[in-house]
Design a protein around this ligand. Structure first.
Ligand code: TR5
Length: 143
């Protein structure tokens, strides 16, 4: 039986860079800015839309082409780390749509897809999304 008596009441100390990341965005299951984009309450440059996914240009592009692909139904998918087996169909579909958009955007020589997760992954919006980046030479390691 676990007893709280043996557990420190304090979390382990964090390095300052970890604190910065943790403060950047607090993971939450609440509504995000992406819900407002889905509901067309705030404008976005939509490049693809169907009944299951929406894709729009990132407001702060990190490459000449930077598109965010999201599921319209969040269904608990605040991030990829929350994926359950029931999500496999939408996850596969999102990847397929990402490929369609890469072609639509003319990224015939290559592109990068990224999913940030959690504070150490630099995730800032807690509604699962795929970043599609292209139009320049991508580097490795990504940093
Ligand atoms: O940091 P993560 O991986 O969570 O990615 C979230 C992405 O959403 C970032 O690349 C942001 O630049 C992008 N973002 C944030 C907002 C926004 C957006 N892209 C398009 N339109 C946006 N609006 C209207 N508002 C935002 N806050």
């Amino acid at each position: 039986v676990l007893s709280s008596h043996f557990q420190s009441p304090l979390p382990p100390p964090m390095a300052s860079s970890e604190k910065d990341a943790a403060l950047a965005a607090t993971p939450s299951d609440g509504p995000t800015i992406f819900d407002k984009i889905i509901r067309k309450e705030i404008p976005a440059k939509v490049v693809y839309e169907d009944d299951k996914v929406l894709a729009f240009r990132d407001v702060s592009p990190q490459a000449p082409k930077h598109i965010v692909i999201i599921p319209k139904l969040k269904d608990g998918l605040t991030g990829i780390s929350k994926a359950e087996e029931r999500h496999t169909e939408i996850l596969g579909y999102m990847l397929y749509v990402t490929k369609l958009i890469a072609k639509q955007e003319g990224l015939n020589d290559g592109f990068r897809i990224v999913i940030n997760d959690g504070p150490k992954g630099c995730q800032s919006v807690f509604h699962l999304h795929i970043h599609l980046l292209g139009g320049r030479q991508m580097n490795w390691p990504p940093g």
